[in-house]
Every structure is written in C-alpha cells, then in structure tokens.
Design a binder for this molecule. Structure first.
Ligand code: GLY
Length: 388
C-alpha cells in the first residue's frame, strides 16, 4: 500500500491542502508527505478530537456487517487486510504504539430471542466468507470468565481486531509532521475556487494555493465554505454517545471486544473499558443524556454484571459522518482539483488504510482504484439528476 512503500517523487508531487484533521485527513496527508508532496492539514478545532476521538477503534469488518452491506463489506475487508502493514508503518514513522490488539471479537446472546438473531447474523456473515466460530455458552464463558452466567450462546471472529483510535490520531499527527507535513489547528478552511476549479483554501483573509484540495471534514464536510453546490456531499452528523470505564488491567473484567445485544464493549490494555454507542439524530448537539448513558450501562451490565464496581471516567459524544446511503464518499469530484474523503459513518477507523491508499494513489498517479469506484462522489447526482 502507499504508506508502506514510501516513494520520493519530490518535484512531480502536487501540493495538497486537506480540510479536516481527523484520522482520515491526517492519514491521507501523512501518506502524501511521505511521498514528497507539500501538504497542509487544516482543522477547525483540535485535530483528531472529533469523531476519531469518540470512536471505538474496532476493526470489525466481520461482525459489524449487516444484510444490505455486502458491497461495503468488500471495502471493509480490504481495509482490514491493510491494517497490519498500516500499523507497522505508522508505528515506525511516529515512534508510537497504537494499541493494536488481535484477540478477536466475540458476539454474545443473552436471551432466546438474542440467540435467534445471533444465528441469523452468524449464517449471513459466514455466507460472505467471513471466518467465524460458533461457541457454546460454556466455551464463551471460558474465554470471557465474567460474562453473565445466563449467556445463551456466542460466536467468535478471530480476524476482527482493534486499535486505540486516540493513539492512532496522536501517532498520525506526529508521523505527518515528521514527514514534513504541516498541521494547522483551530484554522477553519474554506475551498478557494478560481476559473471553475479548486485552487487552494482560504483561512480568514489568508489564501493558500494548492494543486489539490481534499475535503475530509467528517460530519462537517457538507458545511465546508466555498464548496460549489453541485459537489457538496450529502453528509449529516449521526450522533453517538460512548462511555469510558476503568478496570484493573492486571485482572480485566473483559478480555476481547464483545458485542452484546445492546452495546459493544472494548477493553484496552491500560484498563480502560469502552462501552458504545448510541445512534441518534440530534444534529451537532454535544450534550450527553441520561437516557443514552443509562442504555449503554444497562446494555453492558446485562452481559457483564461486574461493571457495577467500575469507575466511570468519561462520557464522550461524537458525530459519525453519515452519508445518504451510509457508505463513504471517496475520490475526485466533477470540480477539477477537488477530492472527497468523507462519509465513513460507523467505519472511519476500519476504513482508514483503504481510504489512505485509494486517495493517495489517485493524487499521486491520477488513477481511481477499482475498490472505490462504487463510492465516487458523483453517485448521488446520478440518482437525483444533479441534486446532492
Ligand atoms: N462502529 C461503531 C459505531 O459507529 O458505533
């Protein structure tokens, strides 16, 4: 992949301005800086502290795939395969560990109804070729000793790993700067147009020229100033609340990523335990709610009653960039010089390597990889006859 094989083509490299300093924008910028491009990332706030900060970091191409997402699964699966190389390149460039864990993911059923749903998901995901192992409740509890004694059944996906998303963005910032890229935080950038093409960005009164402008502003992508109407991406904020609890890392209550019927549960090596996530349509409202926190705690408690003893460290509110078809928006637009990398919805961290690979390849070589053909920004115009 592009990030794992740095090629120095200084001189031929276009200059690039990336609007949005989340994992996607930082990852693309890092890859391009590594290849010798002059690249600057602009973030309206603290880079990496929006959706990327509130994510869970699950690389769950297997267990998160639902009926209707067969095509998206191919992209997710490609990205899942790229993750190990991406991890080594990022860790080497940044000198930081990104908390990659490969214990696998367990999906559990707690009631008879859940068990029927679990069997359906298991059969569906296996029909896509996803490697899964059915577990008796005894075997599930052998692997997760603090799981509810009433657990009805479970299955296991050994290839669904996790990373610490917060460590990933910190590593990306560092790797970007070490590779010669520039990061400008608290700098809200607008697209600068001239002669019908994107020619750079404007920050306040300052205009910065660039050959290519990449919009990677997550849930804020639709509102980026200066975007021509016909390429404004149909992305909205899909709000999620997530909790951080604290376990004893020497005797962790949870050992794998576990999907319970009403919450997913993610243990980190240092003892943090994440419980996610709600799915809400509340615009950019940043206030957590009692109902959200209650449903997450209850969903986790049903699977792991022992959480009652844990400290609640943090309540996080984030905004997934949901597109009209819930799939990412990737590649060149009808406006010359303007590229999109947004709309990753529930899968921003999982889809990071494939997005970095595809967008960097397009910018460096002018080629749209077949993997992202189905996700081109103009697909919405085809359906609606021009409106997006
Ligand atoms: N991928 C998990 C979430 O969006 O909540």
């Amino acid at each position: 992949m592009v990030v794992a094989q740095p090629v120095t083509i200084k001189g031929d490299c276009p200059s690039v301005a990336v609007i949005g300093g989340g994992a996607i924008g930082l990852g693309i910028a890092w890859s391009l800086a590594r290849a010798g491009c002059a690249v600057t990332v602009f973030d309206r706030s603290d880079a990496g502290h929006s959706a990327s900060w509130a994510a869970g970091g699950m690389l769950a191409a297997g267990v998160e795939t639902e009926p209707g997402e067969e095509l998206l699964w191919q992209l997710a699966s490609r990205s899942q395969h790229l993750w190990p190389d991406f991890r080594y390149a990022l860790q080497a460039d940044s000198g930081r560990d990104i908390g990659y864990r490969d214990e696998g993911t367990m999906v559990v059923a707690l009631t008879r109804d859940d068990l029927e749903q679990l069997r359906f998901n298991y059969e569906f995901q296996r029909s896509l070729g996803i490697e899964l192992e059915w577990l008796s409740s005894i075997e599930a509890r052998r692997r997760e000793p603090y799981l509810n004694t009433g657990t009805a059944g479970a299955y296991f996906c050994k290839n669904d790993h996790q990373v610490d998303n917060r460590a990933v963005v910190e590593a990306l910032k560092r790797a970007l700067v070490k590779a010669g890229g520039v990061l400008r935080e608290h700098a809200e950038a607008a697209v600068e147009m001239a002669g019908g093409r994107a020619v750079g960005v404007r920050v306040g009164d300052e205009v910065l020229k660039a050959d290519i402008v990449v919009v990677a502003a997550g849930a804020w992508s639709r509102g980026v100033e200066g975007l021509p109407e016909e390429v404004r991406p149909p992305v909205r904020p899909v709000r999620g609340q997530l909790l951080y609890l604290r376990m004893n890392p020497a005797e962790p209550l949870v050992r794998h990523v576990v999907w319970a019927p009403k919450a997913y549960i993610i243990p980190r090596r240092d003892g943090r335990l994440l419980i996610g996530a709600t799915t809400e349509e509340r615009g950019f409202d940043t206030k957590p709610t009692a109902g959200g926190v209650f449903s997450l705690l209850e969903g986790c408690w049903r699977a792991f009653p022992g959480i009652e003893e844990l400290v609640l460290d943090e309540i996080v509110v984030g905004f997934r960039p949901g597109s009209r078809d819930d799939a990412p928006i990737l590649g060149p637009t009808s406006v010359e010089g303007l590229v999109m990398a947004t709309g990753h919805h529930r899968n921003g961290i999982l889809l990071l390597p494939v997005t970095v690979e595809a967008i960097s390849r397009y910018i460096l070589k002018g080629r749209v990889l077949p993997e992202i053909e189905a996700y081109r920004p103009d697909r919405f115009r085809k359906v609606t006859g021009g409106k997006s």
